[in-house]
Design a protein around this ligand. Structure first.
Ligand code: URA
Length: 237
């Protein structure tokens, strides 16, 4: 990998800033100062910036508490996107939302630049669990029907899921699939209507109650394992 790319990824600098840092002699590889931004960094080499060791991170995983009104895509001409809630250094790393939440749905979104892990988490074959808390217009009834499956758009019969009534007009639903507007459509199939919808967990990762709407943090090492299914990374405490 080129040295300027390495420094950019390791030190939250733009590629241009990283190039300047290299040219100014602030970077050493294996203890030797290198001033060519195009120099290649050998695998496993120790790299320092201003004397402090830095290491390149390829993948980044972020939990965001999505507020209402934001769309979960990287670009939308008509509405604010969840990307606008992230700092520039994360946007520069190429993060994107893992799956979609409706514009008016709030709660847990995971954003990453790990396309493979995102694809696996969203694949119907993975049966990853997603849990939501909702309120509805009318008293929550026909819970057994919701649990065993209802017909939504295109005649699709939803897969068995778990529904827990938590109040007269509120509940929790845990799905292992994700059709377009699925929960909205499921409630409509039993003559009701979603009023608010919040995702409270994804792949066994609960929404961090310390995160206010619009706030984000990186996944912990344990959460990263739940999301990627990968082994614990030695470099993450
Ligand atoms: N189901 C919905 O209807 N909307 C969402 O945002 C997520 C699941």
């Amino acid at each position: 990998m080129r040295l300027d790319k390495y420094i950019s990824g390791a030190a939250d600098l733009s590629r241009k800033e990283a190039g300047t840092a290299v040219r100014r002699g602030r970077v050493a590889v294996g203890g030797v100062k290198i001033s060519d931004p195009a120099a290649q960094v050998p695998d496993g080499a120790s790299v320092t910036l201003d004397g402090t060791e830095v290491s390149y991170r390829e993948f980044c995983y972020v939990m965001l508490n999505k507020p209402e009104g934001y769309v979960s895509s990287t670009d939308d001409p008509g509405a604010p996107t969840v990307m606008e809630l992230l700092p520039p250094e994360l946007v520069r790393m190429g993060l994107f939302p893992c799956g979609r939440l409706d514009r008016y749905t709030t709660g847990l979104m995971i954003l990453t630049n790990d396309g493979g892990a995102s694809h696996r988490a969203l694949s119907p074959k993975s049966h990853v669990e997603k849990a939501y808390a909702f309120t509805c217009r009318d008293p929550l009834e026909r819970v057994d029907e919701l649990e065993s499956g209802v017909h939504i758009a295109g005649g699709y019969l939803t897969k068995p899921c778990k529904v827990e009534k938590t109040g007269d007009r509120e509940g929790r639903i845990t799905l292992r699939e994700g059709k377009y507007h699925q929960i909205k459509q499921m409630l409509e199939a039993v003559g009701n209507k979603i009023v608010t919808l919040e995702r409270i967990s994804f792949a066994g990762i609960p929404l961090d109650p310390a995160l206010a709407r619009g706030e984000w943090r990186e996944l912990t090492a344990e959460e990263e394992i739940l999301f990627t299914g990968a082994k614990k990374k030695e470099d993450k405490k």
